[in-house]
Design a protein around this ligand. Structure first.
Ligand code: CP
Ligand code: NVA
Length: 304
């Protein structure tokens, strides 16, 4: 039985399989074909944090595949309060064919994976967002036709989204630059993990965003304060002020460069309206692709 707790455990070939499944399901769905490949299966989501895209796209994906889904907030599930994480994992997996978890701690998801009788998918933790990174590869592949010899420049916080992108890019041979203010780069623990798990990753660190984007195929950003960091909001807004993705920064990149954001966006902070709504933005295709990727991932984990 496989889980998706982090992309560190997924090979380049397996990523290719998931993306291919997602692409073919997308083509079929656009043509009106929604094969009931997971009829009778049950997906259970338990979330400790808010969500629009992840929760809705997994519900829609499961419905399109002929299965059903149920959702619990962490409070409703009693996760770590009314019952131990371990007891919830053993009980809920007995009613489910796949679990989709959004938590603060990455360890909670890993503990579920140890005890669950069905596959566990990480739907975001403080440290990882693998479903987003897989979707981003799908979107980049659709946009450019391939993933080879491209450079993604992440302008912003070295957070969960950036870390999963670094693993994903390294796996498939996509170069990545991180342009973060001092103190917000990847931590050493993550860099050591990446060096061991993805030794060929081409990861460049360039603090100056104007220099970083000079050869960008994709400029990507995310919120400056992630869920759980609300108390650091104003401190982070000062620290990241020079890392806003605006028309001036886009103009420093090649004209063919595209803009991506996992959303939700804080318009006027990490990105301006003119960029997110502009002709180089692919953010709403990227958001739609969350559902197609979820379908591919579910079939990859559960399909016969
Ligand atoms: N990108 C993303 O994961 O969005 P949600 O937080 O709305 O699920
Ligand atoms: N880095 C953001 C991603 C939201 C999808 C967060 O963790 O809040």
């Amino acid at each position: 039985m496989r889980h998706l707790t982090s992309l560190l455990e997924v090979t380049a070939e397996e990523i290719g399989e998931i993306l291919d499944l997602a692409s073919s399901l997308k083509t079929a769905a656009v043509g009106g074909d929604r094969p009931s490949r997971l009829g009778g299966r049950v997906l259970t989501q338990i979330f400790e944090k808010p969500s629009l895209r992840t929760r809705a796209s997994f519900d829609a994906a499961m419905a399109q595949l002929g299965g059903s889904s149920q959702f619990f907030s962490a409070d409703d599930a009693g996760l770590g309060g009314r019952e131990s994480v371990e007891d919830v994992a053993r009980v809920i997996s007995g009613y489910s064919d796949v679990l989709v978890l959004r938590t603060f701690s990455q360890q909670t998801i890993e503990r579920f994976a140890e005890l669950s009788s069905c596959p566990v998918i990480n739907a975001l933790s403080d440290d990882r967002h693998p479903c987003q990174a897989l979707t981003d590869l799908l979107t980049i592949r659709e946009t450019f036709g391939d993933l080879a010899a491209r450079r993604l420049v992440f302008v912003g916080d070295g957070n969960n989204v950036a870390k999963s992108l670094a693993i994903a890019c390294g796996r498939v041979g996509l170069s990545m630059t991180l342009s973060a203010p001092d103190g917000y780069e990847f931590d050493n623990e993550f860099l050591e993990l990446l060096a061991v798990a993805v030794p060929d990753a081409d990861l460049v660190v360039e603090t100056d965003p104007m220099a970083a984007v000079a050869e960008a195929d994709v400029i990507y950003t995310d919120v400056w304060a992630s869920m759980g960091q609300e108390s650091e909001k104003s401190e982070r807004e000062s620290a990241f002020a020079g890392h806003q993705v605006n028309a001036r920064l886009m103009a420093a990149a090649p004209e063919t460069c595209r803009f991506m954001h996992d959303l939700p966006a804080r318009r006027g902070l990490e990105v301006t309206d003119e960029v997110i709504d502009g002709p180089q933005s692919v953010v709403f295709t990227q958001a739609e692709n969350r559902m197609h990727l979820a379908k591919g991932l579910l079939l990859w984990l559960l399909g016969e």
